[in-house]
Design a protein around this ligand. Structure first.
Ligand SMILES: NC(=O)c1ccc[n+]([C@@H]2O[C@H](COP(=O)([O-])OP(=O)(O)OC[C@H]3O[C@@H](n4cnc5c(N)ncnc54)[C@H](OP(=O)(O)O)[C@@H]3O)[C@@H](O)[C@H]2O)c1
Length: 225
C-alpha cells in the first residue's frame, strides 16, 4: 500500500484528492495547518490520518517529518491567492513576497524535508499543484492575480529543479493545473467541480508513467510552461 501526504487538504482540491486516493487504496495522510479543521476532514475519510502542517513554518514541517516514517507520494497542494484586485504596477510587494513564500517556497520546503523519505520509496512522486496562470506563454496570466501567477511560475521552476535533482532516485516530479474549479479559491462560478480538478492531480499521483518527470500537466496532457 502506498502512502501519500497531501498539504492543505482540509477543503477544496486537496480534500477531493484525498478522497480519490483513499478510494484507490492509498494510505492517505491528510495535512492542514488548522488542526480542528484538518481532523474533521480526515474523519470523513476512513483510514485517513491527520498531520498538522503549515508549509511556511519550518518547525511545523520538521514535526510532520517526525510523524511520517515512510512516504511514496507528496502532493504540494496548499496555496493562497492574496491580492484581491491589485495590479502588477501597484501591488504591495509584501503581498507578492507572502504569496511566493507560501506557494513556491512552501512547496520547496516540504519537498526538501520529505526527500529523504521519498528516496526510500521504490517509485517516489512529487506533484506540485500549479496553475495555468503560471504559464509564461499564456497571455492570460498577464491580466489577473499577478502575485499568484508569479508564484505559480516560480513553483513550476521548483518542479524543474527538483525533477532534475531527483531523477537518479526514480522520483518523478511534476506540476499540474487542475483547471478552474469550484472551491473557496475558485469561486462558485468556476466551470469545473473540485472532484474534476482533483482527478488530474490524483492521476499524476497514482497512474502517470513513472518516467514522466519535469513536466506540466492538465487533464493528463502535457501543457507548455
Ligand atoms: N480552484 C481553482 O480553480 C484552482 C485553479 C488552479 C490551481 N489551483 C490550486 O489548487 C490548490 C488548491 O486550491 P483550492 O482551490 O482547493 O483552494 P482553497 O479551497 O482555498 O484551499 C486551499 C488550501 O490550502 C491551504 N493552505 C494555504 N496556505 C497554507 C499553508 N501555509 N500551510 C498549509 N495549508 C495551507 C488552506 O488551508 P486553510 O484552510 O488553513 O486556509 C486550504 O486548505 C492551490 O495550490 C491552488 O493555487 C486552484
Amino acid at each position: 500500500m502506498k502512502t501519500v501526504l497531501i498539504t492543505g487538504a482540509s477543503r477544496g482540491l486537496g480534500f477531493e484528492t484525498a478522497r480519490l486516493l483513499s478510494d484507490r487504496g492509498f494510505r492517505v495522510i491528510l495535512s492542514a495547518r488548522d488542526r480542528p479543521r484538518g481532523e474533521a476532514a480526515a474523519a470523513q475519510l476512513p483510514g485517513t490520518t491527520f498531520v498538522q502542517l503549515d508549509i511556511t513554518d519550518a518547525a511545523s514541517v520538521a514535526g510532520a517529518v517526525q510523524q511520517i516514517a515512510a512516504l511514496d507520494v507528496l502532493i504540494n497542494n496548499a496555496g493562497i491567492i492574496a491580492e484581491g484586485d491589485a495590479e502588477i504596477l501597484s501591488i504591495p510587494l509584501e503581498i507578492v513576497e507572502r504569496t511566493l513564500v507560501n506557494n513556491a517556497l512552501g512547496a520547496l520546503r516540504v519537498a526538501q524535508a520529505f526527500a529523504p523519505r521519498l528516496m526510500k520509496s521504490p517509485a517516489g512522486r512529487i506533484v506540485n499543484v500549479s496553475s495555468g496562470g503560471g504559464q509564461l506563454g499564456d497571455g492570460d496570466s498577464a491580466t489577473w492575480a499577478p502575485a499568484y501567477c508569479i508564484s505559480k511560475t516560480a513553483l513550476n521552476a521548483v518542479t524543474c529543479q527538483l525533477a532534475a535533482a531527483l531523477k537518479g532516485n526514480n522520483i518523478a516530479v511534476n506540476s499540474v493545473c487542475p483547471g478552474w474549479c469550484r472551491t473557496d479559491m475558485g469561486g462558485a462560478g468556476a466551470p469545473r467541480s473540485a472532484e474534476q480538478g482533483a482527478e488530474g492531480i490524483a492521476w499524476l499521483a497514482a497512474d502517470a508513467p513513472q518516467d514522466k518527470t519535469g513536466l506540466f500537466w492538465r487533464d493528463r496532457e502535457v501543457i507548455p510552461w
